[in-house]
Design a protein around this ligand. Sequence first.
Ligand code: ASP
Length: 319
Amino acid sequence: MSIAVVSTGGTIASTDDSGGDATPDLSGADLVAATPGLDDVALRVEEFSTMPSPHFTVDRMLDLAVLVRDLDADDGVEGVVVTQGTDVLEETAYFLDLCYDGETPVVVTGAMRNPSLASPDGPANLLAAVRTALDADARGRGVLVAFAGRVLPAREATKVHSQMVDTFRCPEFGPLGVVEEGSVTWRRRAEHPDPTFDPDPDRLTNDVAAVYVTADAPASHLSAHADATVVCLAATGAGHLTGELVDALEDLRAADVPVIVTTRCPEGRLARSTYGFRGSERTLRRLGCLYADLNLQKTRIRAIVAHAADRLDDAFAAP
Ligand code: ASP
């Protein structure tokens, strides 16, 4: 039995030998060779890509999900570790989670400091991810993120700092566990398991807009997306829009564009029956918007996956 390490690029695989311009150029085999503490673990490496994570497309995310499923079906694989750049890691991990209901642990990790810098964090993160994937209690928990000693559910993990090494957190509810001395101490289970989707590659599209509502935002911020396949909206507070955005929302809904609303607050969920002013949850309900309880970028990933599986209504709640 072995742990499959799937290498995709990112800072963990970047060097800046050219003098400060780090780019991904290391293979998965290089990452494994540079990580102390793996001698007792049978590893197999899958070289998936060598790209910065902002270059990841949703098509590549689906390819990765298919690879993860294939590895789960392989009796020789005990766990899967995916290494990726941190910028969109939370989106890739959640995409994988939405497409995966296997028992084999799947753990995503990366690094904030590349191997050319003092104190690179990649080796420690890779080691912790492998140890997590080997942990019997990691089985059946869905896709996990292991980073800077924390183990987080893909659904909740989010990058909260642009530069610090302990950048991945779960706002509001905290990590599932922590990795210390190579073993995981679990403290909670991820409640609220998501349905699993089987996206049709031909329906997969990146044409799902993500709009962040800001004070006095004009109608154009929303009407610019009148042709989008789906619009995801991070509303203020418990689910509120500016007056002008309501005009644009009415047009979008009249044109049957699905609109999925979440809150722009890092913690908490949308209200259903507290406010009644124009642009409040009453308006969202009247216009047949759907609700999400995820951050905006994860809401968009869920919309992309659910749309590709032709299950958008089933994937989000009505207000
Ligand atoms: N800064 C990024 C990282 O941490 C670059 C990327 O996402 O590829 O890996």
